[in-house]
Design a protein around this ligand. Structure first.
Ligand code: ATP
Ligand code: MG
Ligand code: MG
Ligand code: MG
Length: 477
């Protein structure tokens, strides 16, 4: 079952059940503090908070998302993309727990011939918030799940709140069991390699007050208008239904991976580190393409900086796979062809998108070439003076002024038989980060803070650690 077909089945199912189909919002949010749409709920915040009456009692959508805070997982777990699509069904004061559970189970387990997704109930597990007896009992009553496959978990995984007074409530999540070859038999409570989370049902049930922390507060009472917010990972369903091992091998992503393998002249599946890099390349190319199709362009701050780092990670990964020359034309074209049916804009806007991609690649390849020649000089000067170590300041200058990655400095120095004063370099990096953080805090104080959805904010804030994560990652890559 192709990814697009799964999305269509989802939307058809909910449309048939009285939901208004809402097109995906842009990856770029209106809220300057929340850089990207990180979940399906983002465009619905005004309705969920009650600020604006929802124009429909029920809706369903396929929302494009970017999560930079999952970047460390990309390629290493089977299930984390920086870009992914979150299918969702929404009830604004209409149906509640019973409806949400019924719909989710029906769609997942109905035979493919009847428009369902054809999951075998034996492969599914669910979790509920430990105190949510109502959800627990509904799963038992409405489905054929045996009690031992309904696990109770705590607030950290199964409760949603913003960390501010307002709506909050328990979640219930559905997992797919990939089988004993992936881990022990203890259910999602014990292992998340074997049990893949596929769908999160959030029951916005209570009004909370006296919020001491995100998970420590007093409940005022039940909300007069209870809402349902669900999120199902399209790529996760796709990789399971397509019988492949991970989301990077699905029809919308794999063609990019294959092109990277071809360019590298290596074999996918032969070496773990190479495989992770191939998956990172495939993921980041697609994320970059989708960001550019929503109007983001590479730059030195904000959204454009995230895009730039994603593209540079592709280049670094390809170099580590043995390819020093340009690759973007081939990789981005492959991604365009894999995504254009679902998002025609990647084709109609191709001239502009590819221009940015190719310019960015050319710039970074020049940066690498320039950095390499400066480094060569520093290395021979050091040697000529009888030294064995490149100073931290020299490595930092290369990084900071020339954008030359530290891992390359380390690699090239080692080839020349020299070491690098890594401790001094790290010290300088830390100082720079502290400065960047202080700047960011100052900037943030100037932004109007009107949204109550601080946990989404928190996801947006990870953009700043995202800078350093991306940097940290590009150092180890
Ligand atoms: P996980 O625990 O696997 O990281 P999550 O709990 O962070 O997932 P939610 O925030 O509950 O995910 O998002 C709802 C759904 O979106 C998930 O159940 C999953 O199917 C999907 N999803 C979340 N993050 C990603 C991602 N980075 N890539 C692909 N799909 C994702
Ligand atoms: Mg997660
Ligand atoms: Mg989870
Ligand atoms: Mg979840």
């Amino acid at each position: 079952m192709k990814t697009a077909e799964i999305a269509q089945r989802f939307l058809d199912y909910f449309e048939k059940n009285g939901h208004t189909i809402v097109p995906s919002a842009s990856l770029v949010t209106d809220d300057p503090a929340l850089l990207f749409t990180v979940a399906g709920m983002v465009p619905f915040i005004p309705y969920l908070s009650g600020d604006v009456p929802a124009p429909y009692p029920r809706a369903a959508d396929n929302q494009k998302c970017i999560r930079t805070n999952d970047i460390e997982e990309v390629g290493k777990t089977p299930r984390h993309g920086t870009f992914f699509q979150m299918l969702g069904n929404w009830s604004f004061g209409d149906y509640f727990k019973e409806g949400a559970i019924r719909y989710a189970w029906d769609l997942l387990t109905s035979p493919e011939a009847d428009g369902g997704l054809g999951f075998d109930q034996k492969d599914l597990w669910v979790t509920v918030y430990e105190e949510d007896d109502e959800a627990h009992d509904l799963w038992l009553k409405l489905t054929d799940l045996p009690e031992e496959r309904i696990q109770r978990l705590g607030k950290d995984t199964n409760y949603w709140s913003t960390g501010l007074p307002g709506p909050a409530g328990p979640c219930s999540e559905i997992f797919f069991d990939r089988g004993p070859e992936y881990g022990i038999d203890g259910g999602p409570a014990t292992d998340d390699d074997r049990y893949v989370e596929i769908w999160n049902l959030v029951f916005m049930q209570y009004e909370i007050t006296n919020v001491r922390s995100k998970y420590d507060f007093d409940i005022v009472g039940e909300l007069p208008n209870k809402n349902i917010d669900t999120g199902m990972g399209l790529e996760r369903i796709a990789f399971i239904k397509q019988g492949v091992d991970n989301m990077y091998e699905t029809d919308q992503v794999r063609p990019v991976l294959d092109k990277a393998v071809e360019l590298a002249g290596r074999t996918y599946g032969a070496n773990h580190d190479d495989d992770v890099r191939f998956r990172v390349v495939a993921d980041h190319v697609r994320s970059s393409l989708m960001l550019m199709s929503d109007g983001v362009t590479p730059s030195n701050d904000g959204r454009g900086y995230i895009l730039r780092r994603l593209m540079r990670r592709v280049i670094r990964s390809m170099r580590l796979l043995g390819v020093d020359g340009p690759t973007f034309e081939v990789l981005f074209s492959a991604s365009r062809d894999a995504m254009k049916d679902a998002y025609p804009v990647v084709e109609t806007d191709w001239a502009r998108i590819s221009q940015y991609a190719l310019a960015e690649e050319a710039t970074f390849l020049r940066t690498l070439a320039a950095g390499e020649s400066i480094l060569d000089e520093s290395l021979s000067d050091t040697k000529a003076a009888g030294g064995t170590t490149l100073t931290g300041a020299e490595a930092f200058l290369l990084h900071d002024t020339y954008g030359f990655p530290i891992d390359l400095t380390l690699e090239i120095a080692e080839e020349a038989g020299l070491s690098v004063d890594r401790a001094a370099f790290d010290g300088l990096m830390q100082e720079q980060r502290a400065r960047a953080k202080a700047d960011a805090r100052a900037r943030k104080r100037q932004l109007a803070d009107t949204s109550v959805y601080r946990d989404l904010r928190a996801q947006g804030e990870t953009v700043f650690t995202g800078y350093t994560d991306l940097e940290a990652e590009s150092q180890v890559l």
